[in-house]
Write a protein that binds this ligand. Structure first.
Ligand SMILES: Nc1ncnc2c1ncn2[C@@H]1O[C@H](COP(=O)(O)OP(=O)(O)OP(=O)(O)O)[C@@H](O)[C@H]1O
Ligand SMILES: [Mg+2]
Length: 310
């Protein structure tokens, strides 16, 4: 199958810390312009999946499998090469903009720096920095460019991070809980902006309503695996995996009038998920069959569950 140049294709991506497997053989693809959500409870492996695409895994954590973007490999390539690709093929916006910005450097210089590091002449980078600040709808870009991070609001800082992420015209933007720290109205504006400016998007969040408003397709992760994937509307109205069903029920996205159940128990620590279906110790429908690993099956709307809903 030939994919368009800007498609991200991830195949059999696993992430390990020593003998502990944290992400298990995750596969998915993102087409040009496509906005894909990645959801799942805390500890399901969402951030590690994203960080492995950026070559930014923590010390002692390694990725295997393949991820290609525009003909470039993103997994298992030397750090020197990844540094060049980072920001050009894929770039990322994190939750904590204050820690990601240099407190001692003016905003304009920080935005320009990511371009000069990739070979843009200094004067041109300064000009482009102002354009970018305008593109992320910061009022008075020239004034913002002269400011230091602490002089901006949280929402403004997050817009600066978005400008930095877009600076080298990446083909894919990854956002990991980009708006969690913002208040509700600012969050809404930021989400609209991300949806508008992202060339293609992998959007990580706990918030199902947010995913539904930003993305067309969704990947549901649990226990380091993708357990369900498909068009948002289908997955959210007719979930098949019992984990997705539980998540939706717990998030109030159920039809009105039904009781609000929660998923029983809690996410086990890494390495303590049951063998077979990783969800079976919390699943109300589990049978002995679930001791065998279910494969992710189905075109378009896929699920890995022995007793799917629907
Ligand atoms: N450096 C590490 N060494 C060992 N285990 C780790 C390391 N980093 C993360 N983990 C474990 O890997 C699992 C997945 O972590 P990850 O950060 O990807 O989860 P997440 O889905 O992003 O969760 P959250 O929603 O809380 O951000 C967790 O159990 C976590 O404790
Ligand atoms: Mg995370």
């Amino acid at each position: 199958m030939s994919d368009p140049v800007s498609t991200l294709k991830v195949e059999g991506l696993s992430v390990r810390a020593g003998s502990l497997e944290l992400v298990h053989e995750v596969s998915f693809a993102i087409g040009p312009g496509e906005r894909v959500g990645l959801i799942g409870e805390s500890g399901s492996g969402k951030s590690l999946t994203a960080l492995s695409l950026m070559g930014l895994l923590p010390e002692g954590v390694t990725a295997s499998g393949t991820a290609t973007m525009g003909g470039n490999d993103l997994v298992g390539v030397p750090e020197s090469r990844l540094k060049r690709l980072r920001g050009q093929d894929v770039s990322m916006v994190f939750q904590e903009p204050m820690t990601a910005l240099n407190p001692l450097m003016r905003i304009g210089a920080q935005v320009a720096e990511v371009m000069t590091l990739h070979g843009t002449p200094r004067a041109r980078a300064r000009e482009k920095a102002l354009d970018l600040l305008e593109r992320v709808r910061l009022p008075e870009p020239a004034q913002i460019a002269r400011a230091y991070p602490h002089q901006l609001s949280g929402g403004q800082r997050q817009r600066v991070m978005l400008a930095i992420a877009l600076a080298n015209q990446p083909s894919l933007l990854i956002c990991d809980e980009p708006t969690t720290a913002l208040d509700v109205t600012v969050q809404k504006q930021m989400l609209e902006l991300i949806a508008e400016v992202a060339p293609a998007l992998l959007f990580i969040t706990h918030d199902l309503a947010v995913v539904a408003s930003v993305c067309e397709r969704v990947l549901v992760m649990y226990g380091g695996r993708v357990v369900e994937s498909g068009p948002i509307r289908e997955v959210f109205t007719r979930p098949r995996h019992r984990y997705t069903e539980g998540l939706l029920a717990a998030s109030r996205l159920t039809p009105r009038g039904t009781r609000l159940p929660t998923i029983k128990g809690s996410v086990p620590p890494a390495g303590q998920f049951p063998a077979g279906c990783v969800f079976r110790n919390r699943c109300p429908h589990a049978t002995p069959e679930c001791e065998t690993v279910p494969a992710l099956t189905g075109d378009g709307h896929a699920h890995a569950c022995w007793h799917p809903a629907d």
